[in-house]
Ligand binder design. Sequence first.
Ligand SMILES: Nc1ncnc2c1ncn2[C@@H]1O[C@H](COP(=O)(O)OP(=O)(O)OP(=O)(O)O)[C@@H](O)[C@H]1O
Ligand SMILES: [Mg+2]
Length: 303
Amino acid sequence: MKDQITYPKNVFFLGKGGVGKSTSSALTSLKLAQNNQKTLLVSMDPAHNQSDIFERRFSEKPYAVNDYLSVIEVDTNKWVNKYLEDMQNQVKRTYSYLTAFNLEKYLDILKFSPGIEEYALLLAYQNIRQKAGDASYIIFDMPPTALTLKFLTLPDLSLIWLNNLLQLRQKILDKKEIVSRVKFGKKELETDKIKSKLLQQIQLYEQIQSVFKDPSKTILNLVLNTDKLSFNESQLIVKKLENFHIGINNIFLNKYYNGFDISGIKSRYPDYGLQILPQNDEPLIGLNSLTGYIAKLDGFVEL
Ligand SMILES: Nc1ncnc2c1ncn2[C@@H]1O[C@H](COP(=O)(O)OP(=O)(O)OP(=O)(O)O)[C@@H](O)[C@H]1O
Ligand SMILES: [Mg+2]
């Protein structure tokens, strides 16, 4: 694993349900820790399998498995509530003059609005980056495909919206300025609160977007099995992310068995690293089982 990297580096594990995202995340985290790399393993999947895999009780508070590896399980509900609270406060502050129109009633509807879950995950992600301390790697064990794709493409989609809103706001401000010049004979100098907020949000999403798209800062590992269904879903994931200029770095071929022909995968993904993880006879549960499995591996893909 390379030394010259920008810290902390994001490593996302994604793929179809049940292919081994959580197991691959756990194995990779332990391998990095064995190489004396400070690693934070983060479960972003509300199903939270890391507690079962490590046979420990993880929570939002980092749990030190050893000197180099800590584990966090993100409390998605907490972040959904935090996101809603932030939104409500912001709307109340900006539109305080509308209280007579029973703003509360409309704010209640917010929690049923689509997209809340991925915004909440993005909020959790930012918080984790801030408190990652001196970790060299943050390994994200991601939820099933649909939510993960929404999460990774959220900065791009939000930026399309925000830039359009900014243009609209600018048009309104230009009109206001003409009116004020006619009325008072001078330019209105006051800064617009809504425009400032839009600019601030744009800056935030551009920053997250640039980290997601920079291979020196973010690694995407796509987990698949030997079956046709997981291979097909992997192709859909790659295509969808390519549309957003987000590239996969490595394929983790999990539950591999001797005799399986990997040439199809190699020819479909010639530019990606390939990590082969053989099917284990026993379930990969518990530290002994995981470290024993790593010891038997031929090598580990460079991150
Ligand atoms: N290489 C392996 N050898 C044997 N069993 C494995 C291997 N990889 C994963 N498993 C088993 O397969 C099951 C699914 O693995 P895992 O939970 O890691 O998948 P996942 O992609 O995270 O699933 P989900 O989509 O539900 O989060 C688990 O029971 C796990 O122990
Ligand atoms: Mg999982």
